[in-house]
Design a binder for this molecule. Structure first.
Ligand SMILES: [Zn+2]
Length: 273
């Protein structure tokens, strides 16, 4: 059994047994500080300059912009506070990834899990992968009436090619995040882009499974999510039987956790038990 606590931004863990820092990261709102920033886009091997009037940006922040590179993830490589620019010459920073994570976590295989509802919420983790929505589009989805049990995935009736691709996604840890919150499940699956998988969950029974890849029927993202969920729940049940996953549980792949919540931090506290 192993768990650890992290508290970035917390001065010191004063009271053992309590976790006063757990909600700190989410409640601190940093003031806006206007800047002109250079943003590097690793996927495009390009760096451009943007105007920022919405956030307090620092080197290393992950941001989203408007203009041609809308939707791409960029990394702030330089911040200038001293400037005079013509606004029409610049596109803007429209979103920033919230990578301030604080809470108590458990290790479960290649995933990190928590039952702390404030520690690793979907609304936060999604900012690590996706730009904020700029326009409202209309969607219609239906998970059908199919109900299946996590312990019998053959009842999903996925096509064999989907099973094969889904299994591959699962072995590659592409299901980067899963949240079970009071019967509602959400997952993020990375491929060409990041897809949202949603479902309802009750005692290992799954219904209304849908994915944002606009496929009909069961897709590889959904199948991979179910394999990963089954794995995580089995690990939690075995190692941490006190975690009541029907209430709240979120899990993130270790590599994702380290890439976003740890690697770009220079201060904070760790406590491994
Ligand atoms: Zn899909």
């Amino acid at each position: 059994m192993m768990s650890f606590k992290i508290g970035f931004g917390a001065e010191e863990d004063r009271e053992e047994g309590k976790a006063p820092e757990t909600t700190l990261a989410q409640t601190v709102q940093t003031p806006i500080r206007k800047s002109v920033v250079n943003v590097h886009f690793p996927d495009r091997h390009q760096t451009y300059t943007y105007y920022n009037d919405m956030f307090d940006l620092n080197r290393g922040d992950i941001v989203y912009v408007d203009g041609q590179l809308e939707g791409f993830r960029g990394l702030v490589v330089e911040v200038n506070y001293n400037f005079k620019i013509r606004l029409s010459d610049y596109k803007r920073v429209i979103g920033v990834a919230d990578t301030n994570v604080a809470g108590r976590f458990h290790m479960a295989g290649s995933y990190i899990v928590t039952d702390d509802e404030t520690a690793l919420k979907y609304d936060q983790v999604v900012t690590w992968f996706k730009a904020p929505k700029t326009q409202e589009e209309e969607y219609v989805s239906s998970g059908g009436d199919e109900v299946f049990n996590l312990n019998d995935l053959s009842s999903m009736k996925a096509k064999s090619a989907i099973v094969e691709r889904g299994y591959q996604y699962y072995t590659e840890d592409r299901v980067v995040y899963i949240e079970l919150s009071h019967g509602k499940g959400r997952a993020l699956v990375t491929g060409g882009e990041t897809y949202d998988v949603e479902f309802f969950y009750d005692q290992e029974e799954i219904r209304n499974l849908v994915c944002s890849c606009y496929c009909c029927g069961i897709c590889k993202h959904e199948f991979a999510t179910m394999l990963q969920l089954k794995d995580i729940l089995a690990a939690v049940k075995k190692e941490y039987p006190l975690i009541e996953h029907n209430h709240y549980l979120s899990a993130v792949s270790k590599s994702t956790f380290f890439e976003f919540a740890i690697d770009n931090k220079t201060k904070g506290i760790f406590a491994i038990q």
